[in-house]
Ligand binder design. Structure first.
Ligand SMILES: Nc1ncnc2c1ncn2[C@@H]1O[C@H](COP(=O)(O)OP(=O)(O)OP(=O)(O)O)[C@@H](O)[C@H]1O
Ligand SMILES: Nc1ccn([C@H]2C[C@H](O)[C@@H](COP(=O)(O)O)O2)c(=O)n1
Length: 675
């Protein structure tokens, strides 16, 4: 996951390959709650590992549920309708799929509970659900603003609940209120059947007030309830009857399908990008998720889509995409992806009946409109619609996209990187994707192709601080890092171990060693044939050997392709001697880093002493000056600044100041301005 303050997506051109998506958030959290409420043990496979499922798991553990790893799955020992703790304070982040169902379940399970979340969660309405539960006889207090979390839930005896009359709940704000009741009320139906009182044998009826939105999510709820032994009778979309005596029964094992909403970004990718097309594994035509109907919308826009039971294959069809006018009420989450696809359409796209966007992780209509406008688009929006006009090549602007702590804003705006103007897109706070798809950007980069992956080169003499600076800059940008000196150091070590000398007579043999190095980088360690050689290559003698082998033209040639292969999305920071002059002459930014010989010798001295290696300052200075002389006077790729490099003498700068300077230069060469 990218934990950087921003992630710059370079202009993307094509995409090809296969992606396997994480499990559905909606299914994961429903399954977790059902497994916890049921008797017996449920093993959940392919569960989504994200912020929202983590808060649900933490809450269930706090309720006394036993949760263990079972291979790649998770084994949950259900509560069988009985709490194992008397109360708890549960923090549910911004997970609506945890807050709403847990409110209903805990109100029925008994016990004192406090439920809270992040500030945005306290702005997301829950009053309609609380009203329905209070109508039943549950006791719930608002701890902040009426109608919103945080909540205090108090125990009531199940046999005091008013189950005879239909329970009425609004369905036109969020379908999660109905889902919450459907998931929790079997607790009361089961308990009633155990008692020999007047409630025994009575069905529990829920009546929906208003037009029910997001019906497909209710279908997921009903489907999963059925997997757990509860057969709800649905009468249209107005009445739902939980039969008397219903009891949750664990299915034993249950598999979570890949997230159909997450699939929307890759379906869109296949529709927009040039290339061999995208194959999505784990979700397909047999999906129980409503957002699978995003496929129909993408087809309307011109995408070619084939499907099997649990796969989809997408490629570009009509281009530009075709404009659509769509009632998107059935795919509220995935429809955000259509709003970005609209930028590539042949006319304005209108998405209607999406009022629920306003009460999601953020006001999504407002957020989408603002951010699309930053890209240059004309957007009209209203209480329940958004209309996005396409962008001609000249109309695109490079923009920093605010993400409002909303994973879907971050993910769908990545598609703007395919703009025909060849502009990068900056995604602010990219880590918000952790809510449902922590590795979203890594997955995107595994199939996307950029015309040019950005490179930042840092060259300079020994011990000038190149590595320290490059690592810090790469970390800030979320880029890959190449320490090219390591490759020469390992080659030098391999030469020694093979009893060779760094001379013309052995040049071809050493070059062959370099070309076939059994080298791996793992957890910060350098492994040669599986052996950790991280320390062995860091001695001054190893540095000298590296300098000697690096003067052999055949060795440099042998290592060229390996160095270039580090240039991968989203970008690379490379340090060495010839990064800017030979290996990446087209780099976006080149820095030539120097410091006085005295300073460098002193830094290296301190570095070695801290590692317990004893040396003398004078000896070190003589060594590094000898190495610099050899590196800068060799015939091929000598150490020297590229003509277009920016010079940085850090003799009097701290590491932090050097990093700040290079990042400031990096911003200067980016086109984002202050957007
Ligand atoms: N600006 C700086 N101020 C003070 N110390 C620094 C600065 N930059 C780096 N150092 C320190 O100098 C030492 C050498 O830095 P580093 O290993 O990054 O240099 P290098 O140029 O990559 O060396 P080499 O070419 O030998 O690989 C480290 O201990 C590092 O912490
Ligand atoms: N791009 C590079 C990187 C390194 N070398 C050679 C010359 C250096 O003295 C030696 C060790 O590098 P270090 O780890 O100290 O950065 O490797 C080179 O020629 N070209």
């Amino acid at each position: 996951m990218f934990s950087t303050p921003f992630l710059d997506l370079p202009p993307l051109a094509g995409a090809s390959g296969t992606v396997r998506l994480p499990g559905s958030k909606s299914i994961s959290n429903r399954v977790l709650l059902l497994a916890a409420l049921a008797g017996g043990t449920t093993t959940v496979h392919d569960l989504l590992d994200s912020d929202d499922t983590r808060v649900m798991l933490d809450a269930l553990a706090a309720l006394g549920c036993r949760i263990d790893r079972a291979g790649a799955g998770l084994r949950i020992e259900g509560l069988d309708g009985r709490l194992r703790t008397s109360g708890a304070k549960l923090f549910l982040g911004n997970a609506g799929t945890a807050m709403r169902p847990l409110t209903a379940a805990l109100a029925l399970l008994g016990g004192e509970f406090e439920l809270s979340g992040v500030p945005r969660m306290h702005e997301r309405p829950i009053g309609d659900l609380v009203d329905a539960l209070v109508q039943l006889g549950c006791r719930i207090d608002y701890l902040g603003n009426p109608g919103y979390p945080p909540l205090a839930i108090h125990p009531v005896p199940l046999d005091s609940l008013q189950l005879a009359a239909p329970i009425r709940v609004r369905g036109d704000v969020s379908s999660q209120f109905l889902t919450a009741l459907l998931l929790a009320l079997p607790l009361a139906a089961g308990a009633a059947s155990e008692r020999a009182d007047q409630a025994s044998g009575r069905d529990i009826t829920i009546e929906v007030i208003g037009e029910l939105i997001s019906k497909p999510y209710i279908e997921i709820t009903l489907n999963l309830l059925s997997r757990f032994g509860i057969e709800v009778r649905r009468e249209g979309w107005e009445r739902f009857v939980i039969p008397a005596g219903s009891r949750y029964r664990s299915p034993g094992d249950i598999h979570v399908e890949a997230d159909a909403s997450s699939a929307s970004y890759f379906i869109a990718l296949g529709a927009i990008a040039r290339g061999e097309g995208i194959r999505i594994e784990g979700v397909g035509a047999d999906s129980i998720q409503g957002d699978i109907r995003f496929v129909e919308a993408a087809r309307l826009m011109g995408a070619h889509i084939d499907s099997g039971p649990n796969w989809l294959a997408i490629s570009r069809g009509a281009w530009p995409l075709k404009a659509i006018d769509l009632d998107a009420n059935h795919i509220p989450d995935a429809a955000m992806t259509l709003a970005v696809m609209a930028l590539y359409a042949d006319g304005p796209c209108l998405l209607r009946n999406i009022a629920s966007w306003r009460v999601k992780e953020t006001d999504r209509i407002d957020a989408m409109a603002k951010e699309l406008r930053k890209l240059g688009a004309t957007v009209e929006d209203g209480p329940d619609f958004i209309c996005v006009h396409p962008l001609a090549r000249a109309g695109w602007r490079a923009a920093s996209i605010r993400t409002y702590d909303d994973h879907r804003v971050a993910m769908c705006f990545s598609l703007a990187a395919f703009n025909p103007a060849g502009l990068p897109v900056r995604i602010l706070e990219p880590h918000c994707v952790a809510k449902t798809f922590p590795d979203y950007f890594e997955t995107l980069f595994s199939v996307a192709e950029a015309a040019e992956v950005p490179v930042l080169c840092i060259d300079g003499p020994t011990a000038s601080g190149k590595g320290t600076l490059a690592v810090a800059v790469a970390y800030q940008l979320g880029y890959h890092y190449l320490d090219s000196g390591t490759l020469y150091r390992v080659t030098g070590l391999a030469m020694r171990r093979n009893g060779l000398e760094a001379d013309a007579a052995h040049e071809m043999q050493i070059a062959e060693l370099a070309r076939t190095l059994p080298l791996r980088f793992s957890e910060g360690k350098v492994l040669l044939s599986g052996e950790d050689v991280s320390d062995a290559i860091r001695t001054e003698a190893a540095g000298m050997d590296a300098s000697r082998v690096s003067a052999l033209p055949a060795v440099r040639k042998a290592l060229l392709a390996l160095q270039k292969s580090f240039r991968r999305l989203p970008g690379l920071v490379a340090d060495g001697r010839d990064m800017g002059t030979v290996v990446f002459p087209d780099a976006t930014l080149k820095v030539y880093l120097t410091a006085s010989a005295a300073q460098r010798a002193e830094r290296r001295h301190k570095q070695l002493i801290s590692k317990g290696i004893s040396t003398t300052l004078d000896g070190l200075r003589a060594d590094l000056e000898a190495r610099d002389l050899r590196d800068s006077s060799r015939s091929v790729a000598p150490l020297k600044p590229a003509p277009d490099a920016r010079l940085l003498d850090n003799s009097l700068l701290s590491v932090e100041q050097s990093v700040e300077q290079v990042l400031a230069w990096w911003q200067e060469v980016q086109p984002f301005g202050s957007s």
